[in-house]
Design a protein around this ligand. Structure first.
Ligand SMILES: [Zn+2]
Length: 203
């Protein structure tokens, strides 16, 4: 699950040629001045959009802190910006993720949770799998009492093409451990999520 796929990687030149083919397919002339550098720009963009394949998300969570003075409440990181690409249409999925876990002795730096979101979202994805991968990784590495991941996102394959439904967002969640088994814990999480934003703390 966490290992990047290892098909033979085409060369940069092949990738740029593929962009020229798609430009011609769309009706363009790739030799037009404005498009001359487009294939190399697209290739560079792809390196950034899909850098998650080179990251091992489990490694990001290896460094944990155990001196938490018996902290035994929910840790929630909400409104993590999420940018991914739909694997069916290769267009952006833009949204936000909320991650919660109930620590069992160990906590992790919050920036690391955001990095796990990045590692999986900078790949071709479907939102359901992305949600599950993030939750499963946190759950298996940190071994908390429970893990919850909720993602809400807009899919450009739905908003800019096909059914053209701007403003529609999709919500997916994966609840593990106490968040799955204990309705009180799940309710507590939902109450934390629905609280108004505390912008005075996030400036
Ligand atoms: Zn799609």
């Amino acid at each position: 699950m966490t290992n990047p796929p290892t098909p033979v990687r085409p060369s940069r030149e092949e990738a740029e040629e593929a962009v020229r083919v798609m430009l011609r397919w769309a009706g363009e002339d790739p030799s037009r001045e404005g498009l001359l550098d487009t294939p190399s720009r697209v290739a560079r963009s792809y390196e950034e959009f899909f850098e998650g394949y080179a990251v091992n998300p489990e490694e990001l969570l290896q460094r944990t802190f155990s001196e938490v003075d018996d902290y035994d409440e929910i840790v929630l990181l909400r409104d993590i910006r999420l940018e991914s690409h739909c694997e069916h249409h290769m267009v952006p999925i833009i949204g936000r993720a909320h991650i919660a876990y109930l620590p069992r002795k160990r906590v992790v730096g919050i920036s690391k949770l955001a990095r796990v979101v990045e590692a999986y979202s900078r790949r071709f994805q479907i939102q359901e799998r992305l949600t599950a991968q993030i939750a499963n990784t946190i759950d298996s590495v940190l071994e908390p009492y429970g893990t919850a991941v909720i993602i809400e996102a807009g899919h450009q394959c739905m908003t800019t093409r096909g059914v053209h439904r701007p403003g529609v967002s999709m919500v997916t969640s994966r609840m593990l451990g106490v968040f799955r088994d204990n309705s009180d814990t799940r309710r507590e999480l939902m109450a934390m999520l629905n609280r108004p934003g505390m912008s005075e703390f996030s400036a």
